[in-house]
Design a protein around this ligand. Structure first.
Ligand SMILES: *[C@@H]1O[C@H](CO)[C@@H](O)[C@H](O)[C@H]1NC(C)=O
Ligand SMILES: *[C@@H]1O[C@H](CO)[C@@H](O)[C@H](O)[C@H]1NC(C)=O
Length: 249
């Protein structure tokens, strides 16, 4: 009730002042004044729009900051270099890892994951090699060594796949700790086993005097390098994480 009374009073007041201004003969604003008003309105709109843009950018910036750091490409490259520095082939490690889209993430765990991906892809690519060679071979002794190789290559692929699985982030998202001491130890075991599988294959072929040994050795070169890179990173993971101000959990 009180409000409506006030409202009526207020309304009356406005009416009153309206009457007052109405007493002064209304004039349309001069062209000069109209121009000035337009300029002020334009300026005001501009400020509002600019404020909006800056505000949105600010929010976006803060949001990307809180979700995932978006490091510069230089920072990503530096991080890859720092991780690859512990490998036997730092330059090729850097070049190969840089060719994969990391989603612009400079995290050493993610970079390790990329070296692992290289190794798995390459190993998968050559895993059918022994079977292909078996179909071409007429030598019985070589055939048995190649069949061993086929089994060993399959085992190598599954050993590496265990490491890939260990690096998958659960539905929990980024907060989950990827690398733990247990995981690092497990992955070192699995990658070493995969490397041993390949070496055992070559040893068997050499023992049998197989003419296929040179081709197998040559085709295994890249996967051997990739696996040794991943293994070197895991072996030096404490020192690497330390450079990034991180620690194993
Ligand atoms: C590691 O790479 C695999 C694909 O090879 C991917 O599914 C997984 O999400 C990656 N994990 C991290 C932490 O980058
Ligand atoms: C797989 O190996 C073949 C023969 O060495 C090569 O030409 C091809 O580029 C490789 N593919 C991938 C994805 O590495």
């Amino acid at each position: 009730m009180e409000e409506s009374v006030n409202f009526v009073k207020g309304y009356g007041k406005v009416n009153h002042s309206d009457e007052e201004t109405a007493a002064v003969p209304r004039q349309s604003p001069s062209p000069k004044r109209r121009k000035a008003t337009a300029a002020v309105i334009t300026l005001g709109l501009f400020a509002i729009i600019l404020g909006g843009i800056i505000g949105a950018a600010e929010v976006h910036h803060r949001r990307s900051k809180s979700n995932e750091p978006q490091p510069s490409l230089v920072k990503v490259a530096e991080s890859i270099k720092a991780v690859c520095a512990v490998t036997q082939h730092p330059e090729s490690c850097f070049t190969d890892v840089s060719t994969i889209d990391s989603g612009n993430i400079a995290d050493p765990e993610v970079i390790f994951n990329l070296t692992l991906r290289l190794a798995v892809n390459e190993l998968a690519n050559i895993s059918s090699l022994p079977k292909t060679l078996i179909s071409k071979s007429h030598d019985l002794r070589t055939g048995s060594a190649l069949r061993d190789c086929a089994t060993l290559f399959d085992d190598a692929v599954s050993q590496l796949s265990r490491s890939v699985d260990a690096m998958r982030v659960g539905p929990g998202g980024g907060e989950e700790k990827l690398l733990t001491e247990v995981k690092v130890a497990d992955m070192k075991t699995w990658i070493s086993a995969a490397m041993t599988d390949q070496e055992t294959c070559v040893d068997g072929l050499e023992e049998m005097g197989s003419p296929a040994v040179e081709e197998v050795k040559m085709r295994m070169q890249r996967s051997s390098v990739y696996m040794s890179n991943s293994l070197a990173i895991l072996t030096n993971i404490d020192a690497i994480l330390d450079k990034f101000g991180l620690r194993l959990h």
